[in-house]
Structure formats: structure tokens, C-alpha cells
Design a protein around this ligand. Structure first.
Ligand SMILES: [Zn+2]
Length: 425
């Protein structure tokens, strides 16, 4: 078993016993990347918990050699993560702007008005649907976290609190009718039962309706070494060719696709019923599919090479940190995002390298990073400590953070990004 392709607790069939592809059901035996054992990324540790143990789960992504879906095993149920969810999309102004531009585009392109209906799956606090409400377009949000749904309702966005799948889709057809536009942003990756979810969209969508979904693009994840975006709550990692196959299986055709800069590089796919040929399949679909195929996305070797690339990234980051510490430099972190948790745990970076990290979210301040237990302080701590290097953990916000922290130049401090590879900026 030393061919670099296999891993995990081996069953008789060569894969992890009973671990099968969440789309096509084939046994999963081919390792995409093994990031070792890791705690759940949102479980920040309070000081009174420092003497307690923490649960760690394998963070090992596999690729299916039948449908090429990259995926993690489900260790934590969405009921546990999303029923009482603490993330409110409206806290991010750039994300609300993104949503407003989307609503403008959709209303214009699909001629939506007062007699249309828009539904969003995982609609959060109404950050997106509010822009349709403002244009007089009837909406319904579908949001599993009841506390988040209440916030949406209070701001005038009708929202039902439930998980989405075939059963919910049937009930919604009865209660609310079928939407002309059905959308979901950053939800597809978090769905454990992918067939129940996409099958539900097929049932709910009106005969001439359009589905749009946004999710991080696997091709960008691989090209830019974004292995730290792999964490337990994120079950599936989609290439265009894989997602197209999943939708086609459920009678849905992707007729357009856009590449977006969000989350390190995302896709926005546009789907319709296979029977609806009023919307022809556009050139961007063919072009992206061909580009991925030319890039090897239908060959196992392309995926199996990724693990080595990740190890190389880890060695370079550790070499930088070891050299900095040998030279007596002081290093701290910036941010305590989910992706930081994967990076710190996989690379084994604790307070031996980072004295502390900082985060603007008051909920995280005074706590410690999961597993690695690095103190999380207020951003003011950087000015006091005057560190030589500040490692930016949410590298997707690099420009914003370096602009905010321009003052570190006063004492010769420098920002460092770990991904795609360690670099002083
Ligand atoms: Zn599969």
C-alpha cells in the first residue's frame, strides 16, 4: 500500500470500511489529501477548558475514481452544525454587495418581477433575498438555523426554518408553489446527502425555472494550494465536470457558468430542467468543461498528485518559521478563521511559532484556537507587541488586512501569507 494512492483504516475492499461516494456509491479508496487528525474548526476553546481534552477527527479527503467527486467522510451532522448557527452573512459588507449585484443581474437576465417567485436555500439572515424584496419580487428563504431565520423574518424576508431535500421540496411545492429562480450560495459543499438535495431541487423548480449555485472551484483550490479550505463541515469539493454529472443525473442541465473571485475562486452555475430547451447551453459551459478535461480532471493521477504538493507547502512554511525563530524574530498570527484551523493543525504550528493571533470578532477574543490553543486577542495586541512577522491566516482577505495594518511598518513589521506558498508581502 505504498503507492501513495491509498490510506485510512483499510477494509477488505482496500478503502475505509463502508466509506462510499456520496454521489455514485462507489467505494472510496483513492486519497486526495490526508491532513491528519483535526478538531472541528468552530470549536474555539475557552480558558476554563484548557485542561480538558478535545475531540479530533480524521481530515482525509478522497476522490471517487468513478465520478471524480472529491469528498470527506461525514463525522459531524449538519443538524449539529447548522441548527443554532452563529454566522450572520450580513456582518460582511463585501458579501452583501456581492448579493446586491447578483439580485440586479438575476432580475434583469430572467425578467423577474411582482409575479415571479424566488427561493433561496440556506438563506441565512436574508442578506441576499432582501434585495429581491426591495424590488417587489416575492421571495421565500429556506434556512435550517431557527435563530438565523428569525433575524431574516424580522427584516421582512419570509423564511421557513428547515433542512432542504426531497421531502422539504414536496412540502414547499404544496405550501408555496414552484420558484422561477431557486438559488443557493455556499451550501452545496455542506450537504451530506447530495442526491437528496439535488433531487429536491429538481422537484421544486418550476418547469421554465432557473437554478443558480455558488461554491468554491476545485480547480482553483488545487492550482493555488488552498488545502486549508478543507475542513470537516465542508463535505464535497466540486470541479465543473463533477458537478455537471451530479446535476445531469437528476435531470438538470447546466446551461451557463461564471467564474467568481469569492472564497479564493468560486463557480456560479446556472441550471434548468433537461426538458427545457428554451435556454441553450452557452459557450462558457463547453469552454470550462474542455479546460478541466485538458487539465486532467477526468484522470485519477491529477488528483493523487495533490497530496505531495500540500506536503511541500507545509515544509516551506515551516522552514520559514524555523528560520525566523532561529534569527530571534517575533511572529504572531492575524485572524482565527476556519481555514486557519486546518493550516495550524496540519502544520503543527502552536505557540512555539506564533505568540498569539488576533481577530476582530469579539466572540473569539479571549479564546484559543481549536487543537493548537493559540490565544486569540484583539487586533490592538499587534501594536503593543510590535512583532517582526504577522502571518495572515484568512489569506483571501490579504489586501484588506495589509491596508488596515499599514502601521506595522513603523517598527519594520512585515505581513506574511502562507498560501499558495509562504511569502512576505
Ligand atoms: Zn462517485
Amino acid at each position: 500500500m505504498d503507492d501513495g494512492l491509498e490510506g485510512g483504516t483499510q477494509g477488505a475492499d482496500g478503502g475505509v470500511r463502508g466509506f462510499t461516494c456520496r454521489f455514485c456509491g462507489a467505494p472510496l479508496v483513492h486519497s486526495f489529501v490526508d491532513l491528519g487528525m483535526s478538531p472541528l474548526c468552530q470549536t474555539h476553546i475557552a480558558s476554563e477548558q484548557l485542561h480538558e481534552m478535545e475531540p479530533f477527527f480524521p481530515l482525509h479527503a478522497y476522490v471517487c475514481n468513478h465520478c471524480f467527486l472529491v469528498q470527506l467522510q461525514e463525522f459531524v451532522s449538519p443538524q449539529d452544525i447548522f441548527t443554532e448557527y452563529a454566522y450572520f452573512s450580513s456582518y460582511s459588507t463585501s458579501w452583501v454587495d456581492h448579493a446586491r449585484r447578483y439580485a440586479e443581474m438575476a432580475c434583469q437576465r430572467f425578467s423577474l418581477g411582482g409575479r415571479s417567485k424566488v427561493m433561496e436555500i440556506a438563506s441565512n439572515d436574508g442578506y441576499l433575498l432582501q434585495h429581491f424584496v426591495a424590488r417587489g419580487v416575492p421571495v421565500l428563504g429556506i434556512e435550517p438555523a431557527a435563530n438565523v431565520a428569525e433575524v431574516a423574518i424580522a427584516k421582512g424576508v419570509p423564511t421557513t426554518s428547515r433542512f432542504f431535500g426531497v421531502a422539504t421540496a414536496r412540502a414547499l411545492c404544496e405550501e408555496h408553489g414552484q420558484p422561477d429562480l431557486l438559488l443557493g450560495n455556499n451550501v452545496l459543499a455542506h450537504v451530506p446527502d447530495l442526491n437528496d438535495f439535488v433531487g429536491g431541487m429538481k422537484i421544486l423548480l418550476s418547469p421554465r425555472g432557473v437554478i443558480t449555485m455558488e461554491f468554491p472551484h476545485l480547480q482553483r483550490l488545487m492550482a493555488e494550494n488552498q488545502f486549508d479550505t478543507i475542513y470537516h463541515e465542508h463535505f464535497s469539493y466540486f470541479s465543473f465536470v463533477a458537478v455537471e454529472r451530479v446535476f445531469a443525473h437528476h435531470g438538470l442541465t447546466l446551461f451557463d457558468v461564471e467564474e467568481l473571485p469569492t472564497h479564493g475562486g468560486s463557480l456560479r452555475i446556472f441550471a434548468r430542467h433537461a426538458e427545457n430547451d428554451e435556454l441553450p447551453v452557452g459557450e462558457r459551459v463547453t469552454a470550462l468543461r474542455e479546460r478541466e478535461i485538458a487539465d486532467g480532471f477526468l484522470t485519477l493521477e491529477r488528483y493523487c498528485a495533490f497530496g505531495e504538493q500540500v506536503k511541500e507547502t507545509k515544509r516551506k512554511l515551516l522552514a520559514f518559521l524555523i528560520d525566523a525563530k532561529n534569527r530571534g524574530k517575533r511572529v504572531v498570527g492575524y485572524g482565527a478563521p476556519g481555514k486557519g484551523n486546518t493550516l495550524l493543525n496540519y502544520c503543527g504550528i502552536r505557540t512555539d511559532f506564533l505568540d498569539f493571533t488576533v481577530d476582530a470578532n469579539p466572540y473569539k477574543q479571549g479564546k484559543f484556537t481549536p487543537g493548537t490553543r493559540i490565544p486569540i486577542l484583539s487586533p490592538d495586541a499587534i501594536r503593543e507587541a510590535r512583532p517582526d512577522y504577522i502571518l495572515i491566516l484568512p489569506w483571501n482577505l490579504k489586501d484588506e488586512i495589509t491596508a488596515l495594518g499599514a502601521y506595522v511598518a513603523e517598527w519594520g513589521g512585515k505581513f506574511v501569507v502562507p498560501i499558495p506558498e509562504v511569502k512576505v508581502v
